[in-house]
Design a protein around this ligand. Structure first.
Ligand SMILES: N[C@@H](CCC(=O)N[C@@H](CS)C(=O)NCC(=O)O)C(=O)O
Length: 199
């Protein structure tokens, strides 16, 4: 089997090194450059992503992109470590829900808050960041991980993001979120991934 993660250090693709480490998957990293607003405009021809973004994954010649698609794809491909509930598991539905919520609700809320371009509530499926955070704090105040007692790849997306933005004024200061992020990134696979990220 051949698996290549298209990666750029300290970006959204970093969490996917972590995921591959969690899954004990064999993989190679292909480092590419990405655009940085106001700095670099050109697309890296070495990156097959249609918009030059990371992460991307090439599995036996097939290209997969978008974080939640890659997370689901990999946890289905490597079910052994049980961080992605499979079809038939009652946690499969909540797992898919949290993955979709990450890309469809949480990221748009975080990014629009960061850009200070928040549309009015009730617009086009969009939810304001304070409502997203209140929901997450309520959920994670009652249980250690999004699916209950067990860590899943959904926590990797949320926990990794919270860890990355732990100092950001955008996110409310919350012990629940701080402890959750710490719980996620203190996993040995996350530590191994950090060492491989830039190197
Ligand atoms: N919708 C994409 C977003 C990926 C993304 O925006 N990645 C950033 C890195 S953190 C990037 O590649 N930025 C360069 C650009 O937007 O051109 C996904 O979920 O995978």
């Amino acid at each position: 089997m051949s698996l290549t993660l298209i990666h750029s250090p300290q970006t959204r693709s970093s969490a996917f090194i972590w995921l591959l480490e969690e899954l004990e998957a064999p993989y190679e990293l292909k480092r590419v450059t990405i655009r940085h607003a106001g700095q670099t405009e050109g697309l890296d021809p070495a990156n097959p992503h249609p918009h030059g973004k990371v992460p991307g994954l090439i599995h036996d010649g097939v290209f997969i992109h978008e974080q939640t698609a890659i997370a689901l794809y990999l946890t289905d491909l490597f079910p052994k470590n049980r961080i992605g509930p499979q079809i038939g598991d009652p946690k499969r539905g909540p797992y898919l829900t949290w993955l979709a919520y990450y890309s469809g609700v949480a990221e748009p809320a975080f990014v629009s808050a960061f850009l200070k371009m928040e549309p009015p509530r009730g617009t086009a499926g969009w939810v304001k960041v304070d409502e997203v955070m209140a929901y997450l704090i309520k959920t994670l105040g009652a249980q250690p991980y999004l699916l209950g007692n067990d860590f899943s790849a959904a926590d990797l997306l949320f926990g990794g993001t919270f860890n990355l933005f732990s100092q950001s004024p955008l996110l409310p200061k919350s012990d629940v979120i701080r402890d959750y992020a710490q719980r996620c990134v203190s996993r040995p696979a996350a530590q191994r991934a950090q060492a491989k990220d830039a190197g």
